[in-house]
Ligand binder design. Structure first.
Ligand code: ZN
Length: 252
């Protein structure tokens, strides 16, 4: 049989009657009988001397029992608290781990705030980018058709591409040309019918790329061929006949 519970020993010392088992244990166990006697002396001393006298210190087992009953840390409160925090690997003692623990706690409390702010910033960027991409800020062109522009034999290596785009209900042709550049003259962009029987100029190409608004009176169902020509400064508004590249627009 285990030793008497300290609370039982205290109650017995105060006059409670022991059970048969407790009586047998007290008879056989000098340790428990000494404890009950100790409590009894304390009780007698307390009753005899009244208040104002120093109380006797109860055995450690009594405090251990009380701590256990109240779920208190077994050891010193400060060391008990330190066991709750994750101990740094480099910790060598309570004082050093405490000095490390304080700043760590502050960092951990700020980290969620940082993530919230970062997430909010990312959300703003995403919203702005989304509005931009969907045409909320800058109209997004709708590609109606596109053409691969093939170089003519006299323009070896020339190539290009053209896009027919619709923006805010208006059409435009965007061209990009990769070809050698003569010392004089200029380049002009044309729309031709499929049989090249009719053509219309949509503008002069300055540099290697350009965007040309298409007048509403041009029937894009007829003018489906994009042509870029090399023109001489000769006062003739017509096509020079010197095509650099040409291609037919078709749905992407
Ligand atoms: Zn005992």
């Amino acid at each position: 049989m285990s030793h008497l519970d300290p609370e039982v020993a205290a109650l017995l010392a105060m006059g409670e009657q022991p059970s048969a088992d407790e009586s047998r244990h007290l008879d056989a166990c000098p340790e428990c009988s000494a404890e009950v006697s100790s409590f009894s002396r304390a009780v007698v001393a307390g009753r005899a001397t009244g208040e104002g006298q120093p109380l006797l210190t109860p055995p450690d087992r009594v405090w251990e029992s009380i701590r256990s009953e109240l779920s208190l840390p077994v050891d010193e409160p400060a060391r008990g608290a330190s066991s709750l925090a994750p101990a740094p690997a480099a910790s060598v003692g309570p004082s050093s781990s405490r000095s490390h623990r304080a700043p760590r706690g502050r960092r951990m409390s700020r980290r969620p705030v940082f993530f919230v702010l970062a997430a909010a910033g990312a959300a703003v960027v995403a919203i702005v980018a989304g509005v931009w991409a969907t045409g909320g800020i800058v109209p997004r062109p709708e590609v109606i058709s596109e053409a691969k522009l093939d170089g003519f034999p006299s323009w070896a290596g020339a190539a290009g591409e053209a896009l027919l785009e619709r923006v805010d209900g208006h059409d435009r042709v965007v061209v990009d040309l990769d070809a050698s550049v003569p010392d004089d003259g200029y380049r002009e962009v044309w729309l031709l019918t499929a049989d090249a029987g009719d053509l219309v100029s949509i503008g002069v190409l300055d540099g290697s790329s350009g965007s040309f608004d298409i007048p509403d009176d041009i029937d894009l169902s007829r003018f489906t061929v994009v042509d870029i020509s090399q023109e001489n400064v000769d006062g003739d508004p017509g096509h020079s006949g010197d095509s650099i590249v040409r291609g037919t627009l078709s749905a992407p």
